[in-house]
Design a protein around this ligand. Structure first.
Ligand code: ATP
Ligand code: SF4
Length: 260
């Protein structure tokens, strides 16, 4: 059965087979870039055991509250153009950890999708935990039919690419369209001379996408400023290679709407 999320027009999942490849960074910067382009955006962090979105946006310590329509998400600023929901807002202490079995995780994710007051959201970006676990199955079952598709993040190392193959299989089995593969931490751009050094082998994401017959959406170099900022790189460093990448990613994403 096709399912949708109340108040949301388009949904994009961000997946990776492996942890630490930059999934939350891409989710956050994509959400910020879409906001910069004038869209109303939601960012949902369903990484229940390791929520990092509140930190990446400088929203630690914020909390959600109830209104008659449900939980009110945390907004990044007064424009209310970027609404954020994360388990991190429900924990008393940022060092508290969530040790839950599958059913409790499933119930929490359903609440995030159905009980949050997502108000006129053009794009809901869902940042997922690494791998293919209960969280992924729950979210896919609950957004099927309303989901534009998944972005798959990898790094140039072979092990990360091997994990991508599992994500591709998972998407195909669950019927979620694959929007494309992104290769993150692909070379280091020197802040002094702008020379790009390929620390690991490069081109793995592109060749895998050709092999798997899915779009390749580009490479993001290692850029220390991306981990330092709480704002869109489109604003803080508009001419940088990472900003050029996110500019192009927003164009790809917005040209693939399933619901207008
Ligand atoms: N292109 C990049 N340049 C520099 N630093 C980066 C880049 N991408 C990610 N990082 C940094 O790498 C670390 C891991 O990134 P992130 O938290 O986004 O990964 P993740 O895949 O979401 O991890 P997890 O599996 O723990 O959820 C962070 O400190 C982030 O700032
Ligand atoms: S040329 Fe090499 S050493 Fe010099 S600033 Fe650039 S990357 Fe660093």
């Amino acid at each position: 059965m096709d399912r949708s999320v109340p108040g949301v027009k388009n949904i994009i999942l961000v997946l990776s087979g492996k942890g630490g490849v930059g999934k939350s960074t891409v989710s956050t910067q994509l959400a910020l870039a879409l906001k910069e382009k004038g869209f109303k955006v939601g960012l949902l962090d369903i990484d229940l055991c390791g929520p990092s979105v509140p930190y990446l946006l400088g929203l630690e310590g914020s909390s959600v509250h109830q209104c008659p329509q449900g939980w009110v998400p945390v907004y990044t600023d007064q424009s209310q153009k970027l609404a954020v929901m994360s388990i991190g807002f429900l924990l008393n202490n940022r060092n508290d950890s969530v040790v839950w079995r599958g059913p409790k995780k499933t119930a929490m994710i359903k609440q995030f999708l159905n009980d949050v007051y997502w108000e006129d959201i053009d794009y809901l970006i869902i940042d997922t935990p690494p791998g293919t676990s209960d969280e992924h199955i729950t979210v896919m079952e609950n957004v099927r039919g309303a989901c534009n598709g998944a972005l798959i993040i990898t790094t140039p190392q072979a092990v990360a690419l091997e994990d991508v193959r599992k994500e591709l299989t998972f998407c195909r089995k669950t019927g979620i369209p694959i929007l494309g593969i992104i290769e993150n931490m692909s070379g280091f751009v020197c802040p002094t001379c702008s020379e790009c050094t390929n620390i690991f082998s490069t081109g793995g994401g592109k060749s895998l996408s050709e092999h798997a017959n899915v779009p390749f959406l580009g490479c993001i170099p290692i850029d220390p400023s991306i981990s330092a900022t709480k704002e869109s790189v489109l604003k803080t460093n508009p001419d940088s290679p990472v900003a050029i990448f996110f500019n192009s990613l927003t164009s790809s994403v917005t040209s693939q709407e399933v619901i207008s």
